[in-house]
Design a protein around this ligand. Structure first.
Ligand code: HSE
Length: 413
């Protein structure tokens, strides 16, 4: 019998318990072992819940229980999750997690420790919810030199943008629904400001490119500045707005960013809606592969956590290295060095003069406007460095014919 300790009985933790219970027989058939949750750690009490008799408020009860072989750390956050994971590994227990904040911040340290103690530290559920992506990168695409990863990596923001686009609903109203559905983080700032996607693309880049990509180096913008007017413009341009996380190998370093983007409605990522996520991986041999599924939510995320537990049981005590050289860091290019196209929305005092100011800076662009909005227009720039776009936008702000720059949004080809 394999004993499991669950750290945290929130959305994902209760899901892990449920997956192990509902799929008990099929999991036993696949692993040849009975897998039993021995203890659950949480500060709260759950009177009447299935786990009442195995609930503890004291981590030592789990750490010192020799019948517990694998720990599912699904608490989120850095501390005490880091200390608990570290102590568990040092005690010879494998750890599986959905905690992207911890993997992005302390992954290299925990992976090093796991190797030293000959146990496993697995984190499939940390990126893209239920989508298999760490495992394909680590075991299926290993003959490839991965060049690029691009995708929608946050369920909450994708859910919000979908509902704003399809139902014309307000940001705040949809965010509340995403929280109720268990998609959002305890503090949804991490979702809506792009930090969650940033940590996920850093983890994926580290596994795909084989060395640590520091999430703190990745330029990150969220969706809080996207308005319903931006979405209407996107529709008019036959586009949708998505929060895109991307990371690409260049001769100078990694070009990585998390930004809202206008993408053509025909782009494969444009049809990824609600809390679904999708990830493109481009290899130098395999070309493009795409991975799609539920990016957030209780059971989809828990299923990925349990998948890692099953893998560890099947490995029978073997340490399986992850292709992430934790002793090496990869430099991330400053956004100024990468090239972009941008959608720019302008409020004007004088239309003709404002158009002239745009032509003078950006060349021969096409203008577009929305019916009923008489004092503004928008245009899409040509391809140029981000620094050049920022400098020109600053110059536009000072043009007397221009009243306001409402928004500048990346455009993905
Ligand atoms: N808050 C995260 C999201 C949960 O919305 O994608 C899954 O990592």
């Amino acid at each position: 019998m394999i004993g499991i300790g669950i750290l945290g009985y929130g959305t994902v933790g209760s899901g892990v318990y449920e997956v192990l219970k509902v799929n008990k027989d099929i999991i036993k058939r696949k692993t040849g072992e009975e897998i039993k949750v021995k203890k659950v750690l949480d500060l709260r009490s759950f009177p009447g819940d299935n786990i009442e008799s195995i609930l503890t408020h004291n981590f030592e009860d789990i750490l010192n229980d020799d019948s517990i072989n694998i720990i599912a750390e699904v608490m989120g956050g850095i501390e005490p999750a880091f200390t608990y994971s570290k102590l568990a590994i040092e005690k010879g227990k494998s750890v599986v997690t959905s905690n992207k904040a911890l993997v992005a911040e302390k992954g290299p340290e925990l992976l090093k420790l796991a190797e030293k103690y000959n146990v496993n530290y697995l984190f499939e559920a940390s990126c893209g919810g239920t989508i298999p992506i760490i495992r394909p990168l680590n075991t299926s695409l290993t003959s490839d030199d991965v060049q690029k990863i691009e995708g929608i990596l946050n369920g909450t923001t994708n859910f919000i943008l979908t509902k704003m686009t399809e139902e014309g609903r307000d940001f705040e109203d949809v965010l509340k629904e995403a929280q109720k559905l268990g998609y959002a983080e305890a503090d949804p700032t991490a979702d809506v400001e792009g930090h969650d996607s940033c940590r996920k693309i850093a983890i994926l880049s580290s596994v795909a490119f084989g060395a640590t990509v520091n999430y703190k180096d990745i330029h990150t913008e969220g969706i809080t500045k996207i308005t319903s007017t931006d979405i209407q413009y996107a529709k008019k341009l036959n586009c949708v707005i998505k929060l895109i996380a991307e990371s690409e190998k260049t001769p100078l370093g990694i070009a990585a960013r998390v930004v809202p983007c206008l993408i053509k409605s025909s782009h494969p990522l444009a049809t990824v809606n609600n809390a679904y996520n999708a990830i493109f991986v481009k290899g130098n041999m395999s070309g493009e592969t795409m991975y799609y599924g539920s990016g957030a939510g209780k059971l989809p995320t828990a299923a990925a956590v349990v998948g890692d537990i099953i893998d560890i049981v099947k490995m029978k005590g073997l340490y399986v290295p992850i292709d992430w050289n934790v002793n090496e860091n990869m430099p991330v290019l400053s956004p100024e060095k990468s090239e972009i196209k941008a959608f720019i929305r302008i409020g004007f005092e004088n239309k003709e003069n404002a158009e002239k100011a745009v032509f003078d800076l950006f060349g021969n662009v096409d203008f577009t406007s929305l019916e009923g909005l008489n004092n503004e227009f928008a245009f899409i720039t040509g391809q140029e460095t981000e620094k050049s776009v920022i400098d020109k936008v600053n110059k536009l702000k000072n043009a007397s014919a221009v009243k306001e720059i409402f928004n500048v949004i990346h455009v993905e080809e």
